[in-house]
Write a protein that binds this ligand. Structure first.
Ligand code: HMG
Ligand code: MG
Length: 305
């Protein structure tokens, strides 16, 4: 049987750092991106072109774009909530952007200050401009299982908004369990509904680990046929508009699972573990990757993490 390939979208520099309390110097962000690329990550989300009043940690987006290391074969993407963000991103050389909507009205209002319908209206000029300039557009959908404001979300609602994003021109829709309450069962119920309107090849899984279910949800989604997953090195992150939500599934844990399933990721796990240890020390935070901690403690058994 041919080896399965999985595309990993590393979102640590964006999803991971957008919620960091400490000020993260631009130089540290750029070094993180360099280390991720050196570890074999080929899709890295590097920053957001959002309002600095809403997300101060991403206020250095222009400096990040200007300092990006040039690596053949590495695809950098950025978040853009509207045409203003899109134009600023393209001005700085972005070739791939991501728009972000929510499956719940409550999260849409809190995160981007508009209803779901209004957000879709705002994306239309982004898609028009993107198709003129050849920029790829990815779509995120938040709260695909539950919303911190509206509670459980019906799979049908998720499928409706996901299909709208897809039909507008997203080459891929990343399904976000923003608050990490999903379980394999609830994730599969949602996926079944979404996959009625979008081919599974065009779906990605974006699991936050608040309840420790992220890796189980990846495994269930992989079994369903999903072959693209978003993750953050060292499990960095959270969402400024989802109180209590923790980081994404750690890239180290994701890679370990996928390699254990016999899938190809192109990532050098040892180099990735070094990167996770480095950024955790840089931010003075615990390393959120269980695989990272285990490999580090095997290297120097006297060290406890
Ligand atoms: P608004 O206040 O409704 O916007 O915010 P507005 O159009 O009324 O403009 C207000 C001000 O913002 C103006 O400036 C605009 O120029 C400025 P002022 O005149 O007051 O000085 N502005 C911008 N500035 C920079 N970049 C822009 C931009 N647009 C307007 N693109 C807005 C609406 C969408 C801008 C705001 O709500 C926002 O920036 N939200 C971003 C929130 C965010 O980044 N959240 C985290 C990312 S999503 C996420 O993490 C979930 C995900 O990981 C998946 C998952 O886990 O679920 C993707
Ligand atoms: Mg997220």
């Amino acid at each position: 049987m041919p080896m399965e390939s999985v595309r990993i979208v590393e979102v640590g520099p964006r999803d991971g750092l957008q919620n960091e309390r400490r000020n993260v110097p631009t130089a540290s962000k750029l070094e993180l991106i360099e280390r991720l690329a050196n570890a074999g990550l080929r899709d890295i989300e590097v920053t957001s072109f959002v309002s600095p009043k809403w997300v101060p940690q991403m206020a250095d987006q222009v400096e990040v774009m200007r300092g990006l290391p040039r690596h053949a074969g590495v695809n950098y993407s950025v978040l853009t909530p509207n045409l203003k963000g899109f134009e600023a991103a393209v001005e700085e050389g972005a070739t791939e952007v991501a728009v972000f909507a929510a499956a719940s009205e409550g999260f849409s209002q809190k995160n981007i200050n508009c209803s779901i319908d209004e957000s879709i209206e705002r994306f239309i000029p982004v898609f028009k401009a993107a198709s003129k300039t050849g920029v790829k557009v990815r779509g995120y959908l938040s709260c695909v299982v539950a919303c911190p404001f509206d509670g459980q979300i019906a799979p049908q609602n998720v499928a409706d908004v996901a299909r709208r994003l897809y039909e507008l021109g997203c080459y891929e829709v990343s399904l976000g369990d923003t608050i990490g309450t999903g379980t394999p069962d609830s994730v599969l119920r949602m996926l079944e509904e979404v996959a009625r309107g979008i081919p599974v090849e065009q779906l990605a899984g974006h699991f936050h680990d608040t309840y420790g279910m992220a890796i189980a949800n990846v495994h269930a989604s992989y079994g369903f046929g999903v072959r693209v997953f978003d993750s953050s090195v060292a499990g960095l992150g959270g969402c400024p508009y989802a109180k209590g939500a923790t980081g994404n599934v750690a890239t180290e844990d994701l890679v370990y699972l996928l390699h254990g399933l016999g899938a190809h990721t192109g990532v050098d796990l040892e180099a990735l573990v070094d990167c996770g240890a480095w950024i955790s020390a840089e931010l003075n935070r615990d390393n959120g990757a269980r695989v990272g901690r285990a490999i580090l403690s095997k290297r120097s058994p006297a060290t406890t993490y």
